[in-house]
Design a protein. Structure first.
Length: 404
């Protein structure tokens, strides 16, 4: 078949305008240009989804490239390979003839190879007296040379899309974990709210994800999951604030005297007996109102608690208290022990105490018993968070200095 000065050997196969256009685009190959055939192949593998290719067509393309003797694709060396179906099948890991034909058709449709058919439809080459190929009939790799830049750009786009997809999946995993832990903690502690309906909403959101989700699917679920997390945190925050207001009005004698700079108590593990026992309520001493510590100071002293904040970050007290609820459950502290600490210390300082225990978790055998011990000392006015935070600050600053 002749179009202008260009010969397009389609043979007896059906012709489409797309095939004609592809032949015309690769008719005049720059003889001076060359590209690494395996780099082009790697780009195609990365852009496989954009090109609509699966594993087997890629395996067949790999086999075709292996029949091209040079590493560099160049018009000077000829760009037609002519292996038989039997040879191709062997190098393509033994795929069947019918599968091989479908894979070759997929590569042609993707515009990665062109058929150069002989008069009888067979693949062969004419050679000169020196054994050099003068004319070959088979599959032309010219599209790979012509489209090398385009394929590299498609590979970069596919790589970036994959990166964004993985980031979206990571964010959704963190959000799902937060919501699941907050719901569990709220149910265990008997917090007010229709937690069964909230949990059903959570399960429905998870079920919306298809088996092979796209980034858009993940982002849609992530948006709603993030709103659900905010709703749960708001419900818990309102209850904590209400409880804190009641404590401030009628139970100021239960606050920790954080301004007690003379306290010699160090935040170290108590003996096994103290940790395991549930101490009886002791007579309370009237202490001064709670002296708040800056949140930035708390987070510098207790950096590990940040990992359990919504989205892996803590920017205000509400998020610190929500993270403390998650950590409380993780450390095995009973809801009653944590509630007692909130009643005595106040919700903010109870959350700070949990953050401090998390920093020393490796040295504490029973976090629940230890918290009860601290609550008992706080009730007697014998426990101050000030020295504890300063000790953790010195430890963390010292470690940072040694790492620098």
């Amino acid at each position: 078949m002749q179009i202008g000065n260009v010969t397009t050997p389609f043979g007896r196969r059906s012709v489409t305008l797309t095939l004609i256009k592809g032949q015309l685009d690769t008719a005049d190959v720059d003889a001076c240009r060359s590209v690494d055939k395996w780099k082009v192949y790697r780009d195609i593998c990365e852009a496989r989804d954009v090109l609509g290719l699966q594993d087997r067509p890629l395996a067949v393309l790999n086999a075709l490239l292996s029949f091209y003797q040079k590493t560099e694709l160049s018009g000077e060396n000829g760009l037609v390979v002519f292996p038989s179906n039997a040879q191709l099948s062997v190098r393509a890991h033994g795929i069947s003839g019918s599968t091989l034909r479908r894979c070759l058709a997929a590569l042609v449709d993707a515009g990665l190879i062109h058929r150069r058919d002989s008069p009888n439809g067979k693949r062969y080459a004419h050679r000169d007296k020196a054994g050099q190929v003068e004319e070959a009939f088979g599959f032309s790799l010219a599209p790979l040379l012509v489209r090398a830049d385009e394929l590299a750009h498609l590979a970069q786009q596919a790589s970036e899309e994959l990166r964004l997809f993985r980031r979206a999946k990571e964010a959704l995993t963190i959000c799902r974990r937060d919501v699941r832990k907050l719901i569990t903690a709220a149910m265990e502690e008997g917090a007010d709210g229709d937690w069964m309906s909230i949990e059903a909403h959570y399960v429905a959101l998870v079920a919306r994800l298809p088996r092979s989700p796209r980034r858009e699917d993940v982002l849609d679920v992530l948006d709603e999951m993030d709103m659900l997390r905010e709703e749960i945190v708001n419900i818990l925050e309102i209850q904590l604030v209400s409880k804190n207001m009641g404590t401030n009005d009628g139970q100021n004698d239960q606050h920790i005297q954080n301004s007690n700079t003379g306290s010699t108590y160090e935040f170290e593990p108590a003996n096994e007996k103290t940790q395991g026992e549930k101490t009886e309520p002791e007579p309370r001493r009237k202490t001064e109102p709670l002296k708040a510590f800056p949140l930035s100071m708390v987070l510098r002293a207790c950096p590990q608690i940040v990992d359990y904040g919504p989205g892996g970050a803590i920017s205000h007290w509400r998020e610190l208290m929500a993270a403390a609820v998650v950590v409380r459950s993780m450390l095995g502290v009973s809801p009653s022990a944590y509630q007692d600490a909130c009643d005595v210390m106040g919700p903010e300082n109870a959350a700070v105490t949990i953050a401090c225990i998390l920093e020393r978790a490796g040295h504490i055998n029973s976090a629940g018993g230890y918290l009860r011990n601290l609550t008992s000392k706080a009730r007697q006015g014998e426990f101050s968070l000030g020295p504890v935070l300063m000790a953790l600050l010195r430890t963390n600053d010292g470690q940072a200095a040694r790492s620098a």
